[in-house]
Design a protein around this ligand. Structure first.
Ligand code: MTE
Ligand code: MO
Length: 383
């Protein structure tokens, strides 16, 4: 079958769909380390994992509204300055299972672990485009290019067997501060097949869907990419839109991720002994907006206590805002005293003072994307 050459995977992953392979780590494994190990990093695919086995002949084609179309080999890309960017990648469908409990939604069911934090190594797209004659901070080229499209080699049924693709605005692609990478390493190792070998895009602060894996070509376009995953998926609709009245063209493709957090040391319903309980989890926002505060409530949101936050392993930065890594999550921790059945609520606040919405009902949407509602877990007393 087309799925007979899939790579080996960690048996501890929770498999949400087998073909295409979609899996996430357990909650407790996810927050054990600040940098998510590659084997535990969630895997989100829309088709079989392609095999790119002849590296010397591998190249990325640069086409579209360019003066001179060109191919760049892995070697060409490795010759550019290498950057290591710690960035959290999160699927727009993270926490979809909880949203589908309100009313059914379409899409792969995910718990809270369709997210991971990795150190991505590669060339900055802004440097690559400069090599092709497009200056830094361009919003339009002389030939009218305004969007940069990434096309993969994989085959997705949503694209009628064609490749996965997405685009970002040229102004973001050519902005060195946006840290958009063509990555060939993940956590200091060669990128593996599941995560896009030999080359993938990483668009920090943006939903995972725009970080195209197994890059085949990069095209300069006047309009944004017209692919399925840009135009007919990964858009945010209000709760009133259903499959009968949906007008896909009425909304723009989702780009930045909103502020998000989840408790990972506990399941949604957790038996605990009376006494001290440790609440651990992650918080992250999109667009380079760092996490400003992490709040925990034991009374449904009437009163709150602040959790402590860590970013670099072992390094508290709660009083040192300059140490924050703007594309990366923070891990948080609070210890509470439990003497009765208690609902624990977590919500994060980002650097723009954006706050997670209180209820999932208010943000319910038919595709089940962007469930960033307050995360709630119920602690039941046991002995
Ligand atoms: N790129 C290709 N070529 N094919 C895909 O199916 N899935 C996207 C994105 N890039 C996808 C892709 C989605 S929806 C997400 S969330 C991320 O890759 C997941 O990246 P990961 O599997 O490395 O965690
Ligand atoms: Mo995704």
């Amino acid at each position: 079958s087309e799925y007979s050459q899939e790579p080996a995977r960690d048996p501890s992953l929770k498999v949400n769909a087998k073909e295409p392979f979609n899996a996430e780590p357990t909650r407790s494994a996810l927050v054990q380390t600040y940098v998510t190990p590659v084997n535990l990093f969630y895997k989100r695919n829309h088709g079989p994992i392609p095999i790119v086995d002849h590296l010397p002949s591998y190249s990325v084609a640069f086409t579209g509204l360019l003066n001179k179309p060109r191919n760049l080999s892995i070697k060409d890309i490795r010759c550019l300055p290498k950057y290591n960017v710690t960035a959290t990648l999160q699927c727009a469908g993270n926490r979809r299972t909880a949203m589908s409990k309100v009313l059914n939604v379409r899409g792969v069911g995910w718990d809270v672990s369709a997210i991971g934090n990795a150190v991505w190594g590669g060339a900055k797209l802004a440097d690559v485009l400069e090599l092709l004659g497009i200056p830094k901070l361009s919003d339009c080229t002389s030939l009218g290019g305004r969007h940069v499209e990434f096309v993969s080699v994989d085959q997705c049924k949503e694209e009628n067997g064609g490749p996965y693709k997405a685009s970002i605005p040229l102004i973001q692609a050519t902005n060195p501060e946006a840290d958009v990478l063509l990555a060939y390493e993940m956590n200091g190792e060669t990128l593996n097949r599941d995560h896009g070998f030999p080359l993938r895009v990483v668009v920090p602060g943006v939903i995972g869907a725009r970080s195209v894996k197994w890059l085949d070509s990069i095209n300069l376009l006047a309009e944004e990419c017209q692919g399925f995953f840009m135009q007919k998926d990964y858009k945010m609709f209000p709760p009133s839109v259903n499959w009968d009245n949906i007008d896909w063209s009425s909304r723009r493709p989702q780009m930045d991720f909103p502020v998000q957090s989840a408790i990972c040391s506990l399941e949604d319903v957790q038996m605990v002994k009376p006494g001290k309980v440790s609440i651990k989890g992650y918080a992250v926002s999109g667009g380079g907006r760092g996490i400003e505060r992490m709040d925990i409530s034991l009374d449904g949101g009437k009163s709150w206590v602040e959790a402590s936050r860590t970013q670099k392993p072992g390094k508290h930065y709660i009083s040192d805002h300059h140490a924050s890594d703007k594309w990366a999550w923070v891990l948080f921790e609070a210890t509470i005293d439990v003497s009765q059945t208690t609902e624990v609520v977590a919500k994060a606040v980002d650097s723009a003072a954006n706050v997670q919405p209180e209820n999932v009902e208010s943000i319910w949407n038919l595709r089940g994307v962007l469930n960033t509602s307050w995360h709630r877990v119920l602690l039941r007393l046991g002995h």
